[in-house]
Write a protein of this length. Sequence first.
Length: 437
Amino acid sequence: MGKAAQPPSGTRDFLADDLRRRKHAFDTLAEIFERYGFDPLETPAFENLSVITGKYGEEAARLIFKILKRGIHESSGQADLALRYDHTVPLARVIATHGSKLPQPYKRYAIGPVWRADRPQDGRFREFVQCDIDTVGSHSPLADAEIVLALADGLDALGVEGFTFNVNSRRALHALLDVYGVTPQAGTTVLAILDKLDKVSPDAVAKELATGAAGLPTETADSLVTDVTADDRDVIRERLSSTEGGTAGLAEIDTLIQLVTDAGLPADRIAYNPSMVRGLDYYTGVIYEATAPSYPGSICAGGRYDKLVATLGGPDMPACGGSIGVERILAIQSHETATPRGLDVAVPALVDEASVATLAAQLRREGLRTGVFLGTSKKLARQLKWAADQHARVVAILGPDEMAAGNVTVRNMTTGEQTTVAQAAVADHVRRLLADR
């Protein structure tokens, strides 16, 4: 197949079985989010570039898909719009635009595609669906706890086993920089390098801190990496407790962990991780990521971002939220054996078209997923093969003999057994067969 026939790099075509599996996952998450009292929200696929610019940090900014100006401005090569990078910044823009019409606090979920000009690789795409939940207008740590608990329920419902949440705090991270004498100018670089600890060795991170753009003294770099990776968290806790920001950061970390474990999340599913850094600039408080065996990178993440709404012209409102990396989860699970969904009933075309259409309509009115053979062959064997290819569970055969007697022959495609029933009773008979499987 020629390159032109392939979807763009980092995007995918979804055929029926994959699409149904994805829809089931999205519907499952939506039901859980609704259970927690979150309302749905849908925003445009693109935003004004000014809305998105400066909200994500330098590294993420390079991944924004920009849309060039149109009309008489097209030749300028300038952009004024951008494809949606995530659902969080559009939410803040909605609050700034429609805040007076929304309940306070405002709890919403969004399930829809976002776009990143990223380098495609296993489990990472340029177009993918994000599943977000957010609460705007509450300082309460219960708001953060609700997000984590809803995300945990979502991971459970999607069949993700062995997931664990790592928790940190932007306050604690900034205090960490103070404790180790890192200047504000170097702080962002240092945190970005520390965030690599889940991918590269501590020695490599310490070396980059000392020799790269961060420019830390070797002794400081070694001490910082040693402390944040130590199994004994008391070492880093003691250092952070010497500062006001560190004390506040540790308090919000401990409060979140206490609330979610009191609510039923097993204690071994959540823990403080001083080396975990969420890269987006808008986070201001607790942050968290979830990982699980066999899944690449984080499969769930979020945190508190109390200043973002104000940066978009809205009121200065607290906010928190998180998202499930459903694409990474589905990409791994797609390798597992799954039985594709087929037709409830297949109807061969052995008699006149009007009679076939009438039988199919009767079955559909009863809520049965029904397909009619639309090919040219009049041979029953060929049409039964078509039914098998459609993964049909039952075949309703209406031939000349059945028509003359007002009957239908119902074939169980699993056992091969056939039963003749009155046409008026065929839907009830099919439902009983489907219920027994």
